[in-house]
Design a protein around this ligand. Structure first.
Ligand code: SF4
Length: 351
């Protein structure tokens, strides 16, 4: 247990957590909605500081980040808990754990210094806080990001984007890249299924972009829930207007899991139609995910239309850019942050 950093004390030993837009007011002896923070005698504590549920090396493309140091390995870590309750969560076995009831000794405990040491030992140029929600772990995520910066290591958030206005700057000024999950483009669906709101997610994503963080977004298409062409077009229009045409957008294939097993897997045709809608709306870099080998996993030059990066799943199989990330066919600049990883990654297994 570590005293939380982002909260305020109220009268009668009440506390208010200020991490996510829910801003839970928590009574003594009780926990917030995410079940990772408890009020003990008027002091708010994080139960998950240093609690690590998973640690692995992934290709950065798996986050997915296709335009950030392409081909590089990223040390990926997670804790438990989440600010959302998505019934289709693929990592529900860690995201939906109630930290107030869990046996926390079951998980590893690492100081931020230990994670930096792992990153150096495995020659990972970045650390991703992923699998569950980095914002629910904010004290630890930010301590780690600051230490990473001091060691010339990048920090990536793979996030639901549900951050309060009071922590936006803390996040934006300490991380280098983010993939933000846009669950749908409907407030009603956010409230009904996810128990959250869309507006703060959009504001967070736009804020990161404006502050110079490398941003990509993912939209998991769930049949019957968020797959209408109109909803997808509305999201693409927002994406173009607020993040710019150069910000990559990933449409991901859904597979039934956790509590949401009534829908079938997303047909490939639905993903292809979403890709076409995004292109019609002017986005440069649009991808389909969870369909390895599909041509829409590749990057096409927005100027000449030629294939400049070919991928299979999370791996780059062809690279047609020069040293300045320009198209080898027409010389157009391809929007990529950082250079391609030069070496063959050596540590793809679990630590
Ligand atoms: S992180 Fe969000 S859900 Fe959790 S206690 Fe704080 S305000 Fe509540």
């Amino acid at each position: 247990m570590k005293e939380a950093r982002y909260y305020r004390k109220l009268d009668n030993n009440l506390v208010q957590c200020t991490i996510c837009p829910r801003k839970c007011v928590i009574k003594p002896g009780e926990a917030g909605f995410c079940r990772t923070r408890i009020n003990k005698n008027g002091v708010l504590y994080s139960l998950v500081y240093g609690v690590v549920s998973s640690i692995a090396i992934d290709p950065v493309e798996k986050k997915p980040l296709f335009h950030f140091y392409p081909g590089s390995p990223t040390l990926s870590i997670s804790t438990i808990g989440c600010t959302f309750k998505c019934p289709w969560c693929q990592n529900w076995h860690i995201s939906q754990v109630d930290a107030t009831k869990a046996d926390l000794s079951f998980y590893d405990n690492y100081a931020p210094e230990d994670i930096i040491e792992y990153a150096k030992r495995t020659e990972s140029p970045s650390i991703s806080i992923t699998y569950n929600e980095p914002i629910v772990w904010l004290e630890y995520s930010i301590d780690l990001a600051k230490l990473a910066k001091a060691n010339n290591i990048k920090t990536i958030f793979v996030t639901n984007g549900y951050a309060s206005d009071e922590v936006l700057d803390e996040i934006a000024s300490n991380i280098n890249a983010a993939n933000v999950d846009i669950k749908c483009f409907s407030e009603e669906t956010y409230r009904k299924y996810i128990k959250g709101d869309l507006k703060p997610v959009l504001e967070f994503t736009e804020y990161l972009k404006k502050k110079g963080v490398h941003v990509e977004t993912t939209y998991l298409i769930i049949p019957g829930l968020n797959d209408s062409p109109d909803e997808i077009r509305q999201y693409c229009k927002w994406h173009y207007e607020h993040l710019g045409p150069e910000t990559p957008l990933h449409f991901s294939k859904f597979y039934p899991q956790y509590k949401y097993t009534s829908a079938l897997p997303t047909p490939v045709e639905t993903l292809e139609n979403a890709w076409k809608i995004a292109k019609e709306e002017g986005l440069y870099y649009v991808y389909t995910g969870n369909v390895p080998g599909h041509k829409y996993e590749n990057t096409y030059c927005p100027e000449c239309g030629k294939e400049v990066i070919r991928r299979y799943g999370f791996y780059i199989t062809k690279w047609n850019l020069d040293e300045q990330n320009r198209c080898k066919f027409c010389g157009a600049k391809i929007h990529i942050s950082g250079e391609k990883w030069k070496e063959a990654p050596r540590y793809w297994w679990l630590i």
